[in-house]
Design a protein around this ligand. Structure first.
Ligand SMILES: [Fe+2]
Ligand SMILES: [Fe+2]
Length: 215
């Protein structure tokens, strides 16, 4: 398949997944939450994600041979720690201890799975494209909902702006590098893996936030 057509098909797979979340939005989106206690838990979980995202992007640097991708990963690494800073400040403003949090089992599995990917196209398709794509879809929704308190939307406004400034770099990386049937197959499987583990993380987070059970 032509690599641009391939990138479009992956984009469609991610947007279908996003649309499927609309019927029952996860706690992750903040929209269904009714108390600050719940919102603090979700924000702590999402703060862990920023830290872990930075670790993963940074960890991929040495094994990424494409210099243009390496530079993007280096910038993304730095940016994730800026996002962490925004969330830490918001949590402290609410009297919460930002890192008083243990990662949920499905959340650990999702990031460990990203970390184990070895090829540029599967890494970029699975994490910046599918993973961050879903995250940013729900951020945009939470900003538009009008019901999420401003102490939550303020840091996400800045995070959302960062994501918007990148343009669609994962798409362009796939167009440039997902040029063989073998690479496309690996990238597709990595996206499917990412979305399955994302769903498991959202369910795990729901269970913890609503029922108090981390597993
Ligand atoms: Fe990011
Ligand atoms: Fe981030």
């Amino acid at each position: 398949m032509d690599s641009r057509e391939f990138a479009k098909s992956i984009e469609k797979q991610v947007s279908d997944f996003c649309n499927g979340l609309d019927a029952k939005l996860p706690a992750y989106s903040f929209i269904p939450l009714t108390t600050d206690e719940m919102r603090i838990k979700v924000m702590q979980s999402r703060l862990f994600n920023e830290i872990r995202a930075g670790e993963i992007f940074g960890g991929w640097l040495k094994s990424t041979t494409e210099l243009d991708v390496k530079k993007i990963l280096a910038e993304a690494t730095h940016e994730e720690y800026e996002h962490a800073q925004f969330l830490e400040e918001a949590l402290r403003g609410k009297g919460a201890t930002p890192y008083d949090y243990n990662p949920l089992p499905a959340q650990m599995a999702m990031f460990n799975a990203f970390e184990g990917l070895t090829e540029t196209v599967e890494r970029i398709a699975a994490f910046p494209m599918a993973g961050e794509g879903v995250a940013d879809y729900l951020i945009a929704k939470s900003l538009k909902a009008g019901t999420v308190p401003s102490w939550v939307t303020a840091p996400y406004q800045k995070i959302h702006q960062d994501e918007a400034e990148h343009g669609n770099y994962p798409f362009e990386i796939l167009v440039k590098y997902a040029t063989t049937a073998e690479k496309q197959e690996r990238a597709s499987r990595a996206v499917a893996m990412s979305l399955i583990l994302r769903r498991a993380y959202f369910e795990n987070l729901d269970r913890w936030v609503y029922e108090g059970n981390p597993y």
